[in-house]
Design a protein around this ligand. Sequence first.
Ligand code: ZN
Length: 554
Amino acid sequence: MRLCLALLTLLIATPALAQPADLVLRGGNIITVDHDWHVAQAVAVRGGRFVAIGDDAVVARYVGPNTQVVELAGKTVVPGLIDSHLHQLFAALNGPAVQLLGAKTVADVQKAIGERVARTEPGKWVIASSGWHESILEEGRMPTRFELDAVSPNNPVFIPRGGHVITVNSKALELAGITRDTPNPDGGVIVRDDKGEATGVLLENAAYLVRKILPPPPANMAELLKIAMRDLNSYGIVGVIEPGVNEQQMALYRAVHDAGEMTVRTDVLYRALKKSEVEKGIAAIKAQRNDDMLRFVGIKFLLDGGVEGGRMNWPYRIVPGEQPDANYRGVLLLPPGGEDEYVEGLKLIADAGLQAQTHAVGDETIDVIVRSYGRVNAEKPIRPLRWTIMHLFHPSDAALKKMAEIGIMATMQDHPVLLGHNQRRWWGDEHAAYAIPIREAIDAGILVGGGTDGPVVPVDPYLSMWWMTTRQVLKGYALGKEHAITPQEALTLYTINNARVMGVEHERGSIEIGKLADLAVLSQDILAVPPDAIRDTRALLTVVGGKVVYRNGL
Ligand SMILES: [Zn+2]
């Protein structure tokens, strides 16, 4: 019987003899993530797609004189990794900004800022990368305006941390017109010290008071975006969802794509809140054309804050010097017409056949979204549209149940690796430990995609899978061990499940004949090493559509 099968394989393979592959990888441990999780030794790629997968002997027939052959020497191969929530443009912008991820104390931050000030013209902005977190500092808090003034009395300093919190110096506060008498804007907090003076730390919409006066993005954004994509390739990443851009940024993607420079397949979401913005976004998307490298797929909403602003059904803790309000429950950021306007926008998206994705951290926000998606679902099933809730820190059991029932997907990331420290300070240990309960979401029957929210947390997918499987945070403890998932589940989230979130599971997300040839060769077998070692994984080779886009050490 085995012989017959082998003969059959040969017969099927024979016609391909005339057409050698462009690329063959052989002698490896190839985890296909197909339906049965087959493990193969070799793959052949032609015209950007997999044409053969199997034993070395089978794939050998595809090697012609011009075939590029990669000897894997037993190395592990996985489908190219996809991050379903990664701000590629922010990563690009962060490239030339002051890097703070290596800082260990406020003094280190001061030093890094001071060095940049020294080579910046007086009066010009000094801007830091958003890809860091104050929990890595010994002091465990954001630097204040006074500490920044000490190294930058004349240059305005802007230090974002993730997408929701910033700290600035006195010069920046002055340019933004923020004084001790400025009231908190709607949906935002100007953090003040016990004398009532702004400390420089601005949460949520208060950050916008400074953001809106920042200089425009650098003229070489296209170049920076290309560099950011190459950097992602170096982790084995082949695809991302870009969660929330405007028309200008859509045009930037279009330009980089049309110049043939995309090396990360990108699904772009347009950012909107009001119904009028949704209408603009749908029109902008409809004016685009999509292909395998670049797709404009839907609308992103942001309905609450992050760890310091997610809208909860319960009060936050008082955090001395940062959060003085015993009744504070975070911010809910609905459009002016409230939940009804949000639903009207959603209906337009459903009618256009597009995807809706909504950012939610707090349980109250998640309930609002589930209810609103449900209202649309009552008229038009949303399951085929792959509507998604992003982050899902604090879903109630009822919300998880309802999500599974009507087919709402979730994209969940490893924020706690950096943000866990603040989850504990702002929410208390119990709420901190529950946050981002991937185990519960999967067990409830929800389709979950994985990612990082990079550069809010590092874009490294192996750090993310390490957290998913151990719930360890960089501070050196585990938060909510009982919510850990298995390495095989983590790889599923990063491959086929993200393809399902994008609605491209027939084209991507696994190594199968006919699918786009995206893969990554890894330094170790992430399914075989102890989960605690997963974070040490590196990519050695990355292939997108049959083209080697990264190679180092193989
Ligand atoms: Zn994000």
